[in-house]
Design a protein around this ligand. Structure first.
Ligand code: 5GP
Length: 184
């Protein structure tokens, strides 16, 4: 059975936390004119793309100082592979209709862009009041379709990374930092 070796730490826990706070402040500024009062039903829906997004989603949403509703979607695009198959399949759909919401879709990483391009079209077909994307990591060198996040944490080189939600065959999701790994 293959073992994983951490090649290098790309982003420390502290660097991630600082950048996520900045993104939260920026999103708060941009959305505050749209938000309802605390106690009313939120009209901004944070849609997390499971599972890799979980730590980023939790930290980012807590940095956004506005009422948010939560929902999640789960897609399979890679299976066990470390590069995109290009095939996107919905494993868990959204729970709520989108017409009443400003949708902020939150993703862990944009690689080829195929997953996000598919999800963007899928969500826009449901007529949200507005649609934006927040992604923690971006690997622009790997892009196959032209798509970009409205809020991006870090641009990173073309390497396979794990940690802070990102896995390799389900391993390493709970690392607090982001690391480049290789199989040994
Ligand atoms: P895309 O469709 O943009 O090629 O891939 C997006 C998905 O691929 C991400 O949500 C993530 O699950 C996975 N992915 C892409 N690059 C990496 C990486 O470097 N590490 C890990 N763990 N997953 C990645």
């Amino acid at each position: 059975m293959a073992l994983l070796e951490i090649e290098s730490v790309l982003l420390t826990e502290e660097e991630i936390a600082a950048r996520v706070r900045e993104l939260g402040e920026q999103i708060t500024q941009d959305y505050k004119h749209l938000a309802v009062e605390v106690g009313e039903a939120p009209n901004i829906l944070a849609v997390g793309v499971l599972k890799g997004v979980v730590p980023f989603y939790a930290d980012l949403c807590r940095s956004i100082k506005l009422p948010l509703a939560f929902d999640f979607i789960s897609v399979s695009s890679y299976g066990q592979a470390t590069s995109s198959s290009g095939t996107v399949r919905i494993l868990k759909d959204l729970d709520v209709p989108l017409e009443n919401y400003h949708v902020l879709m939150i993703e862990d990483i944009i690689d080829t862009g195929l997953t996000l391009a598919y999800l963007k079209e899928y969500i826009l077909r449901r007529n949200p009041r507005s649609f934006k994307i927040a992604a923690l990591l971006d690997k622009p060198d790997r892009r196959e379709v032209p798509i970009a996040a409205d809020y991006n944490g870090f641009v990173i080189p073309d390497a396979f990374v794990v940690g802070y939600g990102l896995d390799c065959k389900e391993c390493c999701r709970n690392l607090p930092h982001i690391a480049v790994v290789r199989e040994v």
